[in-house]
Design a binder for this molecule. Structure first.
Ligand code: BTN
Length: 261
C-alpha cells in the first residue's frame, strides 16, 4: 500500500494526521499499542500494513492476514471515557464500516458486537483493545480487518472451518478494489463518527449503531462462553450492553459474547 495514494483521498479532522504504512508487522494493533505506550502516537494515529504474521481476532482467534489482498488497519483514540463506555468505539468502527460498504453498493449488516456480515458471510471484524491505568482509559486501539480482494480459491484452501462463512468485497463486486482507496474511505468514515462522538457523546454513536443493527425488539441468541442466552432485545445501553427479555419475562444483561445466526 502507498501512503501518498491513501493521503490523496483523506478528508479528516483528526484521523490519519499521523499515518504509518508497513510492509509486514506481527499485528497492527501490537504496533500501535507499542507506540501509544511509548507516547509515540497521538489521538487519531493510524497504522496500516500489507500483511500480518500474527493477526488476531477476538477471543484469542487468529485473523488470517495474507499479503497484498486485504486491509489491516489500527486506529488510536484517546477520548475521555470510562473503561465501560469504551465498547462504544467498537460500535463506532462498525458504523463506519457499514457506511463505507454502502458507498460500494454493498448492504452490510452488523452482527453484535463486532462482525460485519454480507449475505450471511463475514467480510470484516473489529478488535478493540484498551490501555488502562487504574480506572482511566489512556487509549483505545481499534483494529479492523477487511477482506477486500480475497479470491474464492484462497478462502476455500486457507480458511478451513470458516470458509463457508467468509466473503470478500471483490467476490461481491466481481472485481478487485483499490486497497489504498478503501483505506482512505474507511479513515474518512471513522473520522466522521469520531467527530460526532466528540460533539454529541457516546449515546449518539450507540443510537446510530442501533439503527444500523436493526435488531431492537427482535428475538436473538448470544453465545456467552458456550452458554446460549436468548430473548427479545429490550434495549442497548450507553455502554453497548444488551438487555434481553427471556420468554419467562426476566431481563438478561449481556456484556460479551457472539451473536448466533
Ligand atoms: C474479529 O473479528 O475477531 C476481529 C478481527 C480483527 C482483525 C484486525 S486486522 C488489524 C488488527 N490487527 C490485528 O491483529 N487484529 C486487527
Amino acid at each position: 500500500m502507498e501512503i501518498s495514494k491513501i493521503r490523496k483521498h483523506l478528508e479528516t479532522e483528526k484521523l490519519g494526521e499521523k499515518l504509518l504504512v508497513f510492509n509486514e508487522v506481527d499485528s497492527t494493533n501490537n504496533i500501535l499499542r507499542g507506540l501509544a505506550a511509548q507516547g509515540a502516537a497521538m489521538d487519531g494515529t493510524v497504522v496500516v500494513s500489507d500483511s500480518q504474521t500474527a493477526g488476531r481476532g477476538r477471543m484469542g482467534r487468529k485473523w488470517i492476514s495474507p499479503r497484498g489482498m486485504n486491509l489491516y488497519l489500527s486506529a488510536l483514540f484517546c477520548p475521555e471515557v470510562s473503561p465501560q463506555k469504551s465498547s462504544v468505539f467498537t460500535f463506532l468502527a462498525s458504523c463506519a464500516l457499514v457506511d463505507v460498504f454502502s458507498t460500494y453498493g454493498v448492504d452490510a449488516e452488523i452482527k453484535w458486537p463486532n462482525d460485519i456480515i454480507v449475505c450471511g458471510k463475514k467480510i470484516s471484524g473489529v478488535l478493540t483493545e484498551l490501555g488502562i491505568s487504574g480506572d482511566t482509559v489512556d487509549y483505545i486501539v481499534i483494529g479492523i480487518g477487511v477482506n477486500l480482494n480475497l479470491p474464492e480459491e484462497f478462502i476455500r484452501r486457507e480458511m478451513d472451518d470458516i470458509s463457508e462463512k467468509t466473503t470478500s468485497l471483490s467476490l461481491l463486486l466481481g472485481e478487485d478494489v483499490s486497497r489504498d482507496r478503501f483505506c482512505a474511505d474507511l479513515i474518512n468514515s471513522l473520522d466522521r463518527f469520531y467527530a460526532e462522538f466528540r460533539r454529541r457523546g457516546a449515546r449518539a454513536i450507540v443510537d446510530v449503531w442501533i439503527e444500523r443493527w436493526g435488531l431492537l425488539g427482535k428475538d436473538i441468541s448470544i453465545d456467552v462462553s458456550g452458554e446460549i442466552v436468548s430473548g427479545v432485545v429490550e434495549r442497548v445501553d450507553g455502554n453497548g450492553f444488551l438487555y434481553l427479555r427471556t420468554p419467562e419475562g426476566d431481563i438478561n444483561k449481556v456484556i460479551a459474547g457472539d451473536a448466533v445466526f
